[in-house]
Design a protein. Structure first.
Length: 254
């Protein structure tokens, strides 16, 4: 078994163990599993929050403001001076973005775990039974894939007036956008690499995860929404959430 397959098998077994404990409710199992992942990846999340808070605090630094004013018309020199300040203050300008990118393998592994756990063919069931190390495997499979109005093994949409509304995809995109915006610095400056990266992430990440939610199993959407809500709560509890950034033009200092 390859390291990647072993990694996924761990996800499958933990997910199904939780599923068994909570009375064969796969949706609740995914929510609890997401909370567990957030706890395990807490150092990454803490680094992300610390980086975001440091960038927000930097906007009120007098030296930082003086540099922006002095080199406002020289973007190359401005970028050089900004990087110098980052080094002096020990700030990683991409500290709020890298942890999000690092978690992509977890997202991929979780998606594959959900698909494997919700085995839809006899061959998939056979593979699943060989993956699970739990003693009561025969009592667990096939899994109950229904949660609220959703089939967690399929993309979700709600029929409305003859149209299929992808409600989960919309919620995923919105919560991802809110979480990204709350971590952005209070101002954005031309030539500021961290601001540019944060701005791109706040646009592309909601679109990317929304696309995943639209096309992949809705169980993955449950993970995204739960993880985003937990992230928003964590930022809010630190008192560093920049709520004004959710309003167009709210990133600019008055």
């Amino acid at each position: 078994m390859s390291p990647w397959e072993y990694f996924i098998s761990i996800f499958v077994n933990v997910l199904l163990w939780i599923y068994d404990v909570v009375g064969h409710n796969f949706g609740l199992a995914i929510i609890l599993f997401t909370i567990l992942i957030r706890i395990v990846t807490w150092p990454l999340n803490a680094q992300q929050m610390k980086g975001a808070a440091a960038m927000q605090d930097l906007q009120n630094d007098k030296d930082w403001q003086a540099i922006q004013k002095k080199y406002a018309k020289d973007r190359e020199k401005l970028a050089q001076e900004q990087m110098r300040v980052y080094r002096e203050k020990g700030i990683n300008p991409f500290g709020s973005c890298l942890p999000t990118l690092i978690q992509f393998p977890i997202i991929i592994a979780l998606y594959q775990s959900i698909i494997r756990a919700l085995a839809s063919t006899p061959l998939d069931l056979l593979k699943l039974s060989r993956t699970i190390s739990l003693p009561n495997v025969s009592d667990l499979i096939p899994l109950n894939s229904h949660f609220l109005w959703m089939d967690l093994g399929r993309p979700e949409s709600v029929p409305f007036l003859g149209f299929a509304i992808p409600t989960l995809a919309v919620i995923v995109a919105l919560t991802t956008y809110v979480q990204a915006k709350l971590t952005m610095p209070a101002t954005t400056t031309p030539g500021d690499q961290s601001a540019a990266m944060s701005g791109m992430m706040s646009i592309y990440m909601p679109l990317l995860l929304g696309y995943f939610a639209l096309t992949f199993a809705s169980g993955l959407s449950i993970y995204f929404i739960t993880s985003n809500i937990l992230g928003i709560v964590q930022y809010a509890m630190r008192g560093k959430a920049n709520w004004r950034s959710l309003i167009p033009g709210g990133l600019k200092n008055k």
